[in-house]
Design a protein around this ligand. Structure first.
Ligand SMILES: Nc1ncnc2c1ncn2[C@@H]1O[C@H](COP(=O)(O)OP(=O)(O)OP(=O)(O)O)[C@@H](O)[C@H]1O
Ligand SMILES: [Mg+2]
Length: 256
């Protein structure tokens, strides 16, 4: 009966107030992670407010993907030091499936559409375990192209359509933090614009999002804030507008 005694012991605590006062919705605190002996994420610290969109930028190899994977608690890179908190939950103590259950939604760069399944089946599979997020009909409203192609095998979609399916599949789960790794990679400008418009809609709904992009200007247009990584550390943390206005900063860390 430990559960009931716990409840009795914390009767004065509002169960909705899971986060200690003053703590951020999401935070990485001195996060270090490794691929074997390769030390890659070298003490990353940042907070994100609920509903904020953050562009995580930096040159090739700066550690952007590794940071997203560390947050999502994938097997590699291995988190060896630091804490990661989402809405009062300690992600640093969890495995990837547990972090996913707490609402971390990673859309990986390679999209991972499941072979042999239709668009509809790929979306249904995401809803096999609760908590369920958006209905499949709502995902088709956001991405009409997916609705038109619901019976087509997912791996035969165009690159842009596969990116839509990868994002749609993540929204099909009940997520609190959307992690997008290069959603515009390899896509024609017209498709980038189409996905940008969808991300604007996701932003309007208020889903807390981290977007990693080589196309920094596109990411900064969408984002409220920008964090620039350099060799596994935070080199800049400020508003997206500050980066857009600061040519020196862009030249030094983004080469644009
Ligand atoms: N599985 C791995 N094993 C060993 N080292 C790795 C592994 N994956 C990435 N790295 C190294 O970690 C560093 C950071 O890589 P990461 O993929 O996080 O960079 P990135 O900022 O996402 O770069 P890009 O813009 O090219 O995608 C790089 O030096 C890379 O070679
Ligand atoms: Mg990367």
């Amino acid at each position: 009966m430990t559960a009931s005694s716990d409840v009795a012991g914390s009767a004065a605590v509002d169960p909705r107030a899971r986060r200690p006062a003053g703590s951020a919705y999401f935070s990485c605190k001195d996060v270090h992670s490794y691929y074997g002996e390769s030390y890659i994420v070298q003490g990353v610290d940042f907070d994100i407010a609920e509903g904020e969109i953050v562009a995580l930028l930096g040159r090739n190899g700066a550690g952007k993907t590794s940071t997203l994977r560390t947050i999502a608690r994938t097997d590699v890179p291995e988190l060896r030091q630091g804490e990661i908190w989402l809405d009062g939950r300690p992600l640093h103590t969890m495995k990837a499936y547990e972090a996913a259950g707490e609402g971390v939604g990673l859309v990986p760069e390679d999209r991972r559409i499941i072979q042999g399944l239709t668009v509809a089946e790929n979306l249904q599979l995401a809803q096999i375990a609760p908590p369920v997020g958006w209905s499949i009909e709502r995902i088709y409203e956001l991405f009409p192209r997916l609705g038109e192609r619901r019976n087509q095998e997912g791996t035969t979609l165009s690159g842009g359509e596969q990116q839509m399916l990868a994002i749609g599949r993540t929204l099909a789960r009940d997520i609190k933090l959307l992690l997008l790794d290069e959603p515009y990679e390899g896509l024609a400008p017209v498709i980038v614009q189409e996905i940008e418009r969808t991300l604007e809609q996701i932003k309007a709904i208020g889903i807390t999002t981290v977007i990693v992009e080589q196309n920094a200007i596109a990411a900064l247009r969408l984002a409220d804030r920008a964090i620039i990584l350099d060799t596994g550390r935070v080199a800049f943390d400020g508003t997206a507008q500050e980066v857009l206005d600061n040519a020196e900063l862009r030249q030094e860390y983004l080469a644009i």
